[in-house]
Design a protein around this ligand. Structure first.
Ligand code: CU
Length: 369
């Protein structure tokens, strides 16, 4: 005869065993405290690359440690040498992408070296409370701070600097990036079937507002502080002088093109912290697109162009079917071609004549043909 107490213990043991074997299940994300959780330290890498990570979590929730150092520095943003007095997370525009799983804790140490001029902080759109962490991370030059928050929602989320009174200036000077919170059991299609990627690229789109002198030439300022008043005046006109991917015109074209092979599935994460945009892969599609970047919602399928709201990051999954050079653009084509928002994918593999062929090559139009 089994007593009620034994039955309860048995049920608890069975539940624990089930938990151990069914890992990683979403229910396992329901920890109540970071105390005692294992720690995992991540070294961030500059975009368009993303640090190594598991698509399906192999362990239970953990505390994932990141460190970012804020660098204020001049950044050349086009092929004419135009210079932005930039503010960056970890030296890159955008800042590096971070990846965790739902139920993990993000633990970020933010370092503001003494050599900087400005106070900074960080607002994570993935976080809950305290202005996304901005209220708890204000650091003056010479200070560091560590913030921990629980990743309770899945998706791609913008983070950005948000110092009181200077938020837009810091954001359009380069201070934004993306945190991706994956479901513990990975990405899924609309029916719940697993979706996986062979490669991941992170594209952060920025618009810049560079002041011009009386002759119409872009001004190269001596310092960040000196650039402030003129930059603010251009910003208030809402007409950007540059719209770029990853910090400068041509950062992802030609020799810097992103690579893939026919048959490979690529996850393209695209953020814009300040302004709407509309990515389009010329000659390709979005097989599965989380326009809002939120994995709790089923992905849209077969999109030609998708919409990224200013202040958000979206994710598009595509399996390349043809080799060649693909342009990936902001399909406001003026912004793509005239202001800089163009990237390239170079894709290797065999051409599929069934998908596309040139039936007859260009030739003179002859009468009667
Ligand atoms: Cu800042």
């Amino acid at each position: 005869m089994i007593t009620r107490r034994e039955a309860l213990i048995g049920a608890a043991t069975a539940a624990a065993a089930a938990a151990a074997v069914s890992f990683p299940a979403t229910a396992q994300a329901a920890t109540k405290s970071a105390e005692g959780l294992p720690r995992h330290k991540v070294t961030l890498v500059a975009p368009p690359f993303v640090h190594e990570h598991d698509q399906v979590a192999r362990t239970g929730p953990r505390i994932v440690e990141f460190t970012m150092t804020i660098e204020e520095k001049p950044v050349v943003i086009d092929n004419e040498g135009t210079t932005l007095q930039g503010m960056t997370f970890n030296g890159s525009i955008p800042g590096p992408m971070m990846v965790v799983h739902e139920g993990d804790y993000v633990e970020l140490t933010l370092v503001n070296p003494e050599t900087n001029e400005m106070p900074h902080n960080i607002d994570f759109h993935a976080a809950t409370g305290a202005l996304g962490g901005a209220a708890l991370t204000h650091v003056n030059p010479g200070e560091r701070v560590t913030l921990r928050f629980k990743a309770t929602r899945t998706g791609t989320f913008v983070y950005h600097c948000a110092p009181e009174g200077m938020i837009p200036w810091h954001v359009v000077s380069g201070m934004s990036g993306t945190l991706m919170v994956l479901p513990r059991d990975g990405l899924k299609d609309e029916k719940g079937n697993p979706l996986r990627y062979d490669r991941i690229y992170y594209i952060g789109e920025n618009e810049f507002y560079i002041p011009r002198d009386a002759d119409g030439n872009f001004v190269n300022y001596e310092s960040l502080g000196e650039s402030y008043a003129d930059t603010l005046a251009v910003m208030r006109g809402l007409v950007p002088t540059h719209v770029v991917f990853n910090g400068r015109v041509g950062s992802l074209t030609g020799e810097n093109a992103m690579q893939a092979k026919v048959g490979e599935t690529v996850l393209i994460v695209h953020s814009q912290a300040n302004r709407d945009t509309r990515p389009h892969l010329i000659g390709g599609h979005g097989d599965y697109v989380w326009e809002e970047g939120k994995f709790a919602n089923p992905p849209a399928k077969d999109l030609e162009t998708w919409f990224i709201r200013g202040g958000s990051a979206g994710a598009a999954l595509y399996t390349f079917r043809q080799p060649g050079v693909y342009a990936y653009v902001n399909h406001n084509l003026i912004e793509a071609a005239e202001l800089g928002a163009t990237a390239h994918f170079t894709v290797e593999g065999n051409w599929d004549d069934d998908l596309m062929t040139q039936v007859s090559a260009p030739a003179p139009i002859s009468p009667g043909s």
